[in-house]
Design a protein around this ligand. Structure first.
Ligand code: SAH
Length: 283
């Protein structure tokens, strides 16, 4: 529940937590996960890094509220994709991080979710290692776990699945990845959590049906998870393949396929009721 009227306070950690925080040395880069959107899901380590950063390089999925955790005089550099404009190349972003660190700055590279989950964080880390720039990876809550929980979908449930598969439907050019084995996924992956699958979700549903998944298998499309714009569509593979139910849904979205989705009507509603009760209580 956002409380816009709350005054902002500097980050003051209890001593036990402050002692646990790694020092953020000038000339180093932290690759930081900002979580799926809700500022309440930012880690303490991310808030700690932002409070000290001299420069923050952020991409499109990072919530503005999270950026406000940085000092007023911190340099904020957008390096994501903006409508109509190409995003800077990965090598250019890495070069910016390196030169900023070489200038003696404490540099935060802020990415949505977790930096190492479909976020190209490892590519940037490799570039930093090659340049001899010291860095730290600071994990975040990934959309395919935390974003689903916010929609009432647990990624595992003992009665349903003993494994969970995270996949991206895209190849580097944005086409359906040829490297995915739909037959193997269909047979061996009870729950599939698809990142970057919004545009391709009809095709993905069709591929899974062709590979033997049942038409009535539950699917959820969870868009803008954990933000005030969160949308949750509960549907089935057959309906998704036919393009039903998803009109008006805006990316970014996670598509999740499998029996855990059947828990959403109960768990998601319970969470919504709890939020409504809190809103009533603070009114
Ligand atoms: N590193 C990120 C993922 C980056 S890939 C993470 O760990 O979450 C970008 C994809 O993440 C989007 O296409 C979408 O599938 C998913 N995503 C990120 N934020 C999301 C959100 N708030 N709601 C739904 N999906 C989200």
């Amino acid at each position: 529940m956002p409380h816009a009227e709350c005054p902002s306070t500097p980050l003051v950690l209890p001593p036990a937590l402050a002692r646990a925080m790694p020092p953020f040395l000038p000339g180093t880069v932290w690759l930081v996960g900002a979580g799926p959107g809700d500022p309440g899901l930012v880690t303490l380590q991310a808030a700690w890094a932002l409070a000290q950063a001299d420069a923050v390089y952020f991409d499109a999925l990072v919530n503005e509220e999270v950026l406000r955790l940085a000092r007023d005089d911190c340099e904020r550099v957008f390096v994501g994709k903006r409508a109509g404009c190409p995003s800077p190349k990965q090598s250019e972003i890495t070069a910016l991080l390196i030169s900023s660190a070489r200038a003696g700055k404490r540099v935060v590279r802020l990415k949505g979710g977790d930096p190492y989950v479909f976020g190209r964080g490892a590519e940037e880390a490799q570039g930093l290692v090659a340049a001899g720039t010291r860095f730290r990876a600071s994990p975040g809550v990934t959309a395919g776990v935390g974003g689903l929980a916010a929609a009432g979908i647990p990624v595992t449930h003992r009665d349903v699945n003993q494994s969970v598969t995270f996949l991206t439907a895209h190849d580097a050019k944005g086409a359906l990845s040829e490297r995915l084995d739909w037959t193997a996924l269909s047979a061996g992956a009870p729950v599939l959590v698809v990142y970057m699958g919004f545009r391709l979700m009809r095709v993905i549903a069709r591929k899974l049906l062709e590979a033997g998944r049942p038409e009535a298998e539950p699917v959820a499309v969870v868009a803008n998870a954990t933000t005030p714009r969160q949308q949750v569509v509960l549907t089935t593979l057959a309906r998704l393949a036919a393009g039903e139910d998803v009109a008006g849904v805006e990316p970014p979205a996670i598509v999740v396929v499998g029996g855990v989705v059947a828990l959403a009507p109960v768990l998601g509603m319970a969470a919504a009721h709890a939020d409504a009760a809190i809103a009533d209580a603070v009114r």
